[in-house]
Design a protein around this ligand. Structure first.
Ligand code: 9PG
Length: 528
């Protein structure tokens, strides 16, 4: 049975004896498999756990591109229990390739699956009991497609044939959004063809207190109303599983938090100038609160919701109702989905495979930035550090997920102002957005020249036909796009981590925060 399927000169004898059933494109196996391959694995495909975790090929001798070094960066970007062997553990699926471009793929059907790369073997282990596994062998390029088809039989296909075209406030204004500046953007883009005007981080009183702050005097309902008046859908960012130490929610409901083994609130992140904890979504009171929050967002008028830092609900922790952590995560996401009804749900900072079937789109990369890389920051956060190279790299290794969910590769830049990318680098991101069919930008209208504005219009007007020509080469209509420059290893910075973290922060403050601050202080608005 195994030999019949194997049309390659690729010996699959090693699969004999496993209790497998034939399924489309491969085999299903019920036990937790450990498969020893009869070849020297040349490359290992590693799939990162959540949106921001590195995904790509790792080869022997060639170390993991840049693992995060700081414990908090590991917690916020990687899968905590396996952080000491980042280059040997893959979330959900992995491949081991021989020197001829043939490979073995092992992928989990259920949440909780991890694949370990051991001495010439792939071993599947599931945190939630044995579960089903998918095995395929053959030409490397076709294997992830077969796995995606296998997952589709469980999780279905996207509800919407196309993803909406989005303007998102984050990658120009960052935290410095205000109601007046957003309304000016909305107005100045009134003739451009996009679907969603999405308000990102910066509108809320605190992370956990999801009420508008004083920068939004008309309230979030007032703003949604103004957005609707222009014919757009209104979009809103929230991090519903997070609780900041300086929020009212933290003071009022300390009993709602996930706990560490000592019974203390479990640290989920450090951000927004303090410690951030995570909600225990197995508690009924928390579930009620989450549903009410999502209903509130719908009542305000938002029909596109970007839910961020979702990994927090899947951290290893003590929960009131004991259950495997990715099952708890799915429960939390199901509850959010229920509260949101038919709104478009973009999951971000989200465990990828456990989100399937419950959201409309997933961010598949770390954050882009107006620069190619921030080396000091990368010393701390590894390949999850913001930057265009890191974003492109991980996105390019996750395109196989496309039959299952819309893929958000993050925004593209059309401006040259306040941009530290070459035109070639900048175009790669636009082309990737077209390849994913997810077309978002954050550019401010008054930062664009007339020609750049027309390029943005063309981005939103046209959706080129895409044909894959190779692992990193695509035909967009008749134009060949080659992403191999993305694979160039960045130089290594021999900086101690604390110094690197300060330098990286300074770079971001100047290059990202600077222009944002200028824009909202009205120095930069038209007619001033
Ligand atoms: C808003 C942003 C944007 C962005 C998201 C997410 O490790 N970190 O400190 C870290 C901070 C922010 C971040 C990712 C990681 O970005 O991806 O699009 O919505 O939040 O705060």
């Amino acid at each position: 049975m195994l030999a019949k399927r194997n049309s390659y000169k690729f010996n699959t004898e090693f699969l004999r004896g496993l209790p497998v059933d034939e399924v489309a494109g491969g085999w299903r196996v019920k036990s937790q498999p450990s498969i020893r391959v009869p070849f020297q694995g040349r490359r290992f495909y590693r799939h990162g756990w959540q949106s921001w975790s590195f995904s790509g090929w790792l080869s022997a001798g060639h170390t993991f591109p840049t693992p995060p070094s700081h414990p908090m960066a590991i917690r916020m970007n990687e899968d905590l229990p396996y952080a000491s062997r980042l280059d040997r553990v893959s979330a959900g699926v992995a491949m081991l390739e021989d020197e001829h471009g043939n490979a073995l793929l092992l992928g989990a059907a259920d949440p909780g699956g991890r694949v370990f790369h051991e001495e010439n073997a792939l071993r599947g282990a599931c945190e939630e009991g044995s579960g089903d596994w998918f095995i395929a062998t053959g030409a490397t390029d076709s294997l992830l497609e077969a796995y995606a088809r296998f997952l589709q039989t469980r999780y279905g296909a996207p509800r919407h044939p196309e993803a909406p075209r989005v303007w998102c406030s984050w990658y120009s204004l960052y935290y410095f959004i205000t109601q007046p500046v957003l309304l000016q953007v909305l107005e100045a883009f009134s003739d451009l063809p996009f679907d969603v005007f999405q308000i990102d981080d910066g509108w809320q009183q605190a992370v956990g207190d999801w009420q508008p702050n004083q920068k939004f005097p008309a309230g979030m309902d007032g703003l949604a109303h103004r957005i609707h008046a222009t014919g757009r859908m209104a979009g809103l960012w929230l991090a519903p599983f997070l609780v900041h130490e300086r929020s009212r929610l933290f003071r009022e409901h300390p009993e709602w938090l996930l706990r560490d083994p000592e019974g203390q609130p479990l640290l989920a992140a450090r951000n927004w100038g303090g410690r951030v904890y995570a909600l225990d979504v197995t508690q009924t009171a928390v579930q009620d609160w989450l549903v009410a929050l999502m209903r509130q967002v719908r009542r305000w008028g938002y029909e596109y919701v970007k839910l961020d830092f979702l990994y927090a609900a899947a951290l290893p922790a003590q929960r009131q109702r004991e259950m495997p952590r990715e099952q708890a995560y799915r429960l939390g996401l199901e509850i959010l989905r229920h509260g949101l009804g038919d709104a478009f749900l973009l999951a971000c900072g989200a465990p990828i495979l456990p989100s399937l079937g419950l959201c409309d789109a997933i961010r598949i990369s770390p954050d882009v930035a107006s620069y190619w890389q921030n080396l000091p920051y990368q010393r701390v956060s590894g390949n999850s550090a913001p930057g265009l190279q890191n974003a492109l790299y991980t996105s390019l290794h996750r395109l196989w997920l496309r039959p299952l969910v819309h893929l958000d590769p993050d925004v593209a830049y059309f401006r040259r102002r306040f941009l530290h990318l070459s035109e070639r680098q900048q175009n790669l991101q636009r082309d990737l957005a077209w390849i994913c069919g997810y077309r978002a930008t954050s550019d401010l209208p008054w930062w664009l020249t007339p020609a750049e504005r027309e390029a943005l219009r063309a981005f939103w007007t046209h959706q080129p036909q895409v044909q894959r020509e190779g692992a990193y080469r695509f035909l967009l209509e008749d134009r060949l796009v080659d992403f191999t420059p993305v694979l160039q290893a960045p130089p290594r910075l021999p900086l101690p981590s604390p110094l690197a973290s300060h330098l990286g922060f300074l770079q971001d403050a100047f290059w990202l925060g600077g222009p944002a601050l200028l824009a909202v202080r009205h120095h930069d608005l038209p007619g001033r």
